[in-house]
Structures are given as structure tokens and as C-alpha cells.
Design a protein around this ligand. Structure first.
Ligand SMILES: *Cc1c(COP(=O)(O)O)cnc(C)c1O
Length: 410
């Protein structure tokens, strides 16, 4: 057995991993063109429009709306889906705050479904068990680039006549049985914040997947203070509250250039992630993330799980040993399921108030979604980049294997 670098052995990797420039001449050219328009307002300029039209071409969608963030995109989809005061929205306990913010700003109540232990995505059986007469929508999170079980989720939604919003912030071009995620539910939401597959600094997109033009107009208005610009309305007799989540021409311009790189980014990540799974299959103590039959993950990160029963070390020790081998990693993804944050524990979305939680008396206890809790306690996330070389990927495999074999009970 090889001596771990943690114990003075030779590290698997000492050189830095591959890196590259995400932005260049292409973005600069688009930005300059945007400035030369003499307006940075999406409705007068052409960049946000071009960004959406390119996005629609890639995705085969008819309608989409640009927003100021992924969080905004999800809020807009919730607004478009008619989510309102006292409604319940079922979502995943393993996600970014951005999935939850819009739900609470609509004064609706997040309800958490448990996840599959191998895909870390919402389990359709658990979703169905959480449905009540108050349930208005499901926000499906495609975590870490991996498609959720959409056929089963859509079947549950159809049966109970509830809307499906896909949170694809981590899942650009992830494929589910011949379709891209974000085109299957009623709405698909994307983020272009700086940590996603493509970046405009901040930004987001909502796809409207019904053929209903009115649905598109309503969604569009919900991102723009309920302004029906597309109908040429100048005077606004506003009927309902809607935020200003507009994307600027500067973001649109960068987005146009970034979209040209999207396919390469996603294909490279799929190849890298799948190769790691292949290289780690059968290694004691390691459970590789499961990608469902007929699907493709675009690996926002590579999230594996440790099987404590097969290893003599804790997760913290495993991660330290990997660090020493020169393999960047972090324990879990978020430290704990989102319902263990103080917001849910104290039920304080707004200062000095328990609204909207007091509308249905929901509380959030430890153990609510036991599998999700276990996933976050036993997982290790390894960063993946489209700039990593094949050699980088082989070193990741070698490093993880070395640590796992060292700590293996077998
Ligand atoms: C990043 C992210 C969001 C929020 O996107 P922002 O652009 O940061 O607002 C929402 N959901 C998930 C799963 C994310 O990863």
C-alpha cells in the first residue's frame, strides 16, 4: 500500500490543475457594440434580445425571458405559475438559497421532499407524499449537473395538477432522455452568476415551455414591474405586484459571447465527470454519483459519497488526505440541509414575524429528509473545470483511489 502524502508519502499531484480564460476578445467586442448602441436598456438595445434568441435556438424553445439573476429567474417562474400567499411549494433540501427566496417573497411556504441517495435529486415518491390541497408548484433542482427523474415527477404533477419549475442553475445542457433539462416542466430557470457553466457576472433566464403566448407575456411582465412593453403599453394600470428583475445590455452582450462556448464547456465536463466515475467504479468505500439511464450530466461539480462502513477514516480525515495528495475538494456541498438554517428553524423570513409559516403551522425538524441529511454528511465534492486536461482527471482518479484504498477495511 502506498504511503499517504498526509503521512509523509509522495503527493499524487504537485502541479496546479488546468486553468484558462473564460472571457476574451469575443466578450469585449460584444460589450463595445452594446455601448455603441447608446442605450443599455434591453427594450431599446439588441444584446439581451440576441442572447435570448441564441439561447432559444440552442434549447429549441420558443419563449424565454432574461432576468438579473438565477434567484430572480426562479421568482419570476413562481410568479408566472401563480404562486401566491399561503401556497405550498415542494422543493429540495439540498440546494442554493436562490431556490427558496422567491417562494418566500411570494409568501408561499417551502415544503421539502427527500432525495435519491445516489443522484441526490428529489425522489418522486417523496414529492407525492408531501402534496396537500395547498400545493401549487414543485421546484425541481437538477443538482450538480445531473438530471432529476423528470418522467416520474411530471406524472405526479399532472395527476395533482400542479406546476413544475426546473431549477437548472447547475445544469446547462444536461440531457434527460433526449431533452434538455429546463424544457420539460412548465418553466426552466438558469443562472449566469460567476460560478455557473457560463457567466455574465450575474443574470438569469426563464424558459416558458407552454405554447401559450399569454403565458410568455405574463412571465415577461413579472420580470419588469408588470410592464406590458411587448404590447406597447405606456400607461400602467398595475393589477399585481411584480419586481424589477431586468437584465441589462451589458450582461446580454457578455451572454451572447458566452453561449458560443456553452456546448464545448458542457461536453468537456460530461467527458471529465463520466471518466472519473469510470475510474472510481468498484473502489472500496466510494459511491460514484448515479446518472440515470438515457441521461447525461454536465457536472457542475463532481460529488461522490463515502461509505463509512467500508472505511476506517472519517470524512474529515478523507478530505484532509485528499488535500495532502494535491486534489482540491470539499466535504459535502452546503454544510447542512437548507431547512436547518435559522430562517427555517426560527421560522423568520421577515423580522419579527412568522409569516408565511404561520399560515399552515409548518415546522422543520432534524430528520425531516433523512436521506438528504445523510448525503450532505457523507459526500465529497471535487471541482471540475472545462480547462482540466485528461491528465488532470487521471490524477484526480489516482488520488481518490489511493486514499480510499489506504483507508479501506478490506
Ligand atoms: C446558483 C444557484 C441559484 C441562484 O442563482 P443566482 O444567480 O446566484 O441567484 C439557484 N439555484 C441553484 C441550484 C443554484 O446553484
Amino acid at each position: 500500500m502506498e504511503l499517504l502524502a498526509l503521512h509523509g508519502g509522495r503527493p499524487t499531484r504537485t502541479e496546479p490543475f488546468g486553468s484558462g480564460k473564460r472571457f476574451g476578445e469575443e466578450e469585449a467586442k460584444e460589450l463595445l457594440e452594446a455601448l455603441e448602441q447608446n442605450t443599455l436598456f434591453y427594450y431599446f438595445g439588441g444584446k439581451v434580445n440576441a442572447f435570448l434568441s441564441d439561447f432559444n435556438k440552442i434549447y429549441g424553445t420558443k419563449y424565454s425571458v432574461a432576468t438579473s439573476s438565477g434567484t430572480a429567474a426562479i421568482h419570476v417562474a413562481l410568479g408566472a405559475a401563480g404562486v401566491t400567499v399561503g401556497d405550498e411549494v415542494i422543493t429540495s433540501p439540498i440546494t442554493d438559497q436562490g431556490t427558496l427566496i422567491g417562494i418566500l417573497y411570494q409568501n408561499a411556504i417551502p415544503v421539502f421532499a427527500d432525495v435519491d441517495p445516489h443522484t441526490y435529486n428529489m425522489d418522486p415518491t417523496s414529492i407525492e407524499a408531501k402534496i396537500t390541497e395547498r400545493t401549487k408548484a414543485i421546484v425541481v433542482v437538477h443538482l450538480a449537473g445531473n438530471p432529476a427523474d423528470m418522467d416520474a415527477i411530471m406524472a405526479v404533477a399532472k395527476k395533482h395538477r400542479i406546476k413544475v419549475i426546473e431549477d437548472c442553475a447547475q445544469s446547462y445542457l444536461s440531457q434527460y432522455k433526449g431533452k434538455y433539462v429546463g424544457t420539460i416542466g412548465d418553466y426552466g430557470c438558469f443562472s449566469t452568476n460567476d460560478f455557473k457553466h457560463i457567466s455574465t457576472g450575474d443574470g438569469g433566464i426563464v424558459t416558458i415551455n407552454s405554447e401559450d403566448e399569454e403565458d410568455y407575456h405574463f412571465t415577461h411582465a413579472f420580470a419588469d414591474k408588470n410592464y406590458r412593453r411587448d404590447r406597447g403599453e405606456t400607461y400602467r394600470d398595475v393589477e399585481m405586484l411584480a419586481p424589477n428583475y431586468r437584465m441589462t445590455e451589458l450582461q446580454g452582450a457578455v451572454g451572447v459571447a458566452q453561449l458560443k462556448k456553452l456546448r464545448w464547456i458542457c461536453e468537456t465536463r460530461t467527458r471529465h465527470g463520466d471518466r472519473i466515475s469510470e475510474g472510481l467504479s468498484g473502489v472500496p468505500g466510494i459511491a460514484v454519483p448515479k446518472v440515470q439511464e438515457g441521461c447525461a450530466s454536465t457536472y457542475f461539480s463532481y460529488m461522490l459519497r463515502l461509505n463509512g462502513e467500508e472505511l476506517t477514516c472519517t470524512r474529515a480525515e478523507f478530505c484532509q488526505a485528499l488535500d495532502a495528495e494535491g486534489i482540491p475538494n470539499m466535504p459535502g456541498y452546503i454544510p447542512d440541509v437548507v431547512y436547518m438554517t435559522r430562517l427555517f428553524q426560527n421560522r423568520t423570513a421577515y423580522p419579527g414575524s412568522h409569516f408565511p409559516f404561520d399560515l399552515n403551522g409548518t415546522t422543520y425538524e432534524r430528520g425531516l429528509c433523512p436521506i438528504a441529511e445523510q448525503v450532505l454528511q457523507t459526500s465529497v465534492s471535487i471541482g471540475i473545470s472545462e480547462f482540466y486536461s485528461e491528465r488532470d482527471i487521471e490524477d484526480i482518479i489516482t488520488g481518490v483511489r489511493k486514499v480510499a484504498l489506504y483507508y479501506s477495511k478490506r
